[in-house]
Design a protein around this ligand. Structure first.
Ligand SMILES: [Zn+2]
Ligand SMILES: [Zn+2]
Length: 353
């Protein structure tokens, strides 16, 4: 059941000047653009390999790493031979030990993760840096990396496979923004043009948190109370499933009692006026309903039948026209028709898996 809380939006993945492949992206500038986009929280996740693991002496020690309005996370992108993972924490932790263990056996990394009390999130699982750590290490998965939706299609299939295996896997997005528009306006490096299509919030991860503290926001991610939208001005998607056992929200786990379930998807804020958005309901990797939102309410609803005793998850994908986001004007074309994805509702899953 849904406890009381607030919807907060933010970005779990980006790079500042402390990553050597970043340009014109100082921390003060990142925080200013995140504030300008209305974000509530931010994780600056520089490549640990660029500072030999000493993130605490670089990103977090930067005098600009502070904000009165944004909730900031302590984090870094573990940049290893077996792929990339974001290490996220509400409090400072010893990242050097994570970096030093990057090639260790996964069970040793898992023990270290537990000891440090950090969140381990699988990044862009199918790109050039394929995620090939164990899924038993991952506390969440990046289902949307950069504004370029097309690059994420295979990653989405990986997420479905992980869910189908009985693993509960919360979803998040990450802009992976590396660049700012050069201060003098000259696109002096070829990568600078990326800033026009990718900025903090492209995509945006919404979390339903009890409050604005970093602990509460991370707990909301870990509870799967999330949906991902193309940009900060795009609508926020919500999936609510009702059956004879009650009302289920994204991240909830219910018994596999089967029977009739009502699936409701709503889009709040940021909708294109009079547009009808296409909603795909996915159950165990298959599309089980194709709906259109009502242009006035922004909602779509369907009734489905689930098999009793069969483990299942339901999630939603929403496609339609993109809401413009002027700070990164190319992001809308790069996102194509994908507007938002919701986290799953689970039936018959073992929370202690
Ligand atoms: Zn990466
Ligand atoms: Zn990155």
């Amino acid at each position: 059941m849904l406890e009381t809380g607030i919807w907060l939006k933010g970005d779990w993945h980006m790079h500042s000047r402390h990553s050597t492949d970043s340009t014109h992206h100082g921390i003060a500038r990142i925080i200013a653009s995140a504030r300008g986009a209305g974000l509530d929280y931010l994780a600056i996740t520089d490549h640990d390999v660029h500072v030999a693991g000493a993130v605490a002496d670089h990103t977090w020690a930067d005098p600009d790493f502070r904000s009165d309005q944004l909730t900031l996370f302590y984090g870094a992108e573990l940049t290893a031979a077996r792929g990339h993972a974001n290490i996220l924490s509400a409090r400072p932790y010893d990242h050097q030990r994570v970096f030093d263990a990057r090639d260790a056996r996964d069970w040793d990394i898992r023990a270290l993760k537990t000891e440090l009390g950090v969140h381990f999130s699988a990044n862009h699982p199918d790109t050039r840096n394929i995620y090939s750590f164990s899924w038993d290490l991952a506390d969440s998965i990046e289902i949307w990396n950069t504004s370029q939706w097309a690059r994420n299609v295979t990653g989405l299939r990986i997420w479905d496979d992980v869910l189908l295996s009985g693993r509960i896997m919360p979803a998040r997005g990450g802009s992976d923004a590396h660049h700012g528009v050069p201060e003098n306006g000259d696109m002096d490096r070829p990568e600078s043009v990326e800033a026009l299509g990718n900025a903090p919030g492209t995509p945006t991860t919404w979390v339903f948190a009890q409050d604005r503290s970093p602990e509460a926001i991370l707990a909301a991610l870990e509870a799967g109370r999330t949906s991902v939208s193309a940009n900060p001005y795009a609508p926020r998607a919500e999936l609510i499933v009702t059956n004879r056992d009650g009302t289920l929200f994204m991240g909830d786990i219910a018994p596999a009692s089967g029977g009739s379930v009502t699936v409701r998807v709503t889009l709040s804020g940021g909708r294109i006026e009079e547009a009808r958005y296409r909603v795909r309901i996915i159950c165990n990797r298959k599309e089980v309903a194709l709906l259109w939102t009502d242009p006035v309410t922004g909602a779509a609803e369907a009734t489905l039948s689930l098999e009793p005793g069969i483990r299942a998850y339901l999630r939603a994908e929403i496609e339609g026209p993109q809401t413009p986001f002027p700070p990164a004007p190319y992001c809308t074309s790069q996102s194509g028709t994908m507007v938002a994805l919701t986290g799953p509702v689970y039936f018959g899953y073992d929370p202690a898996f």
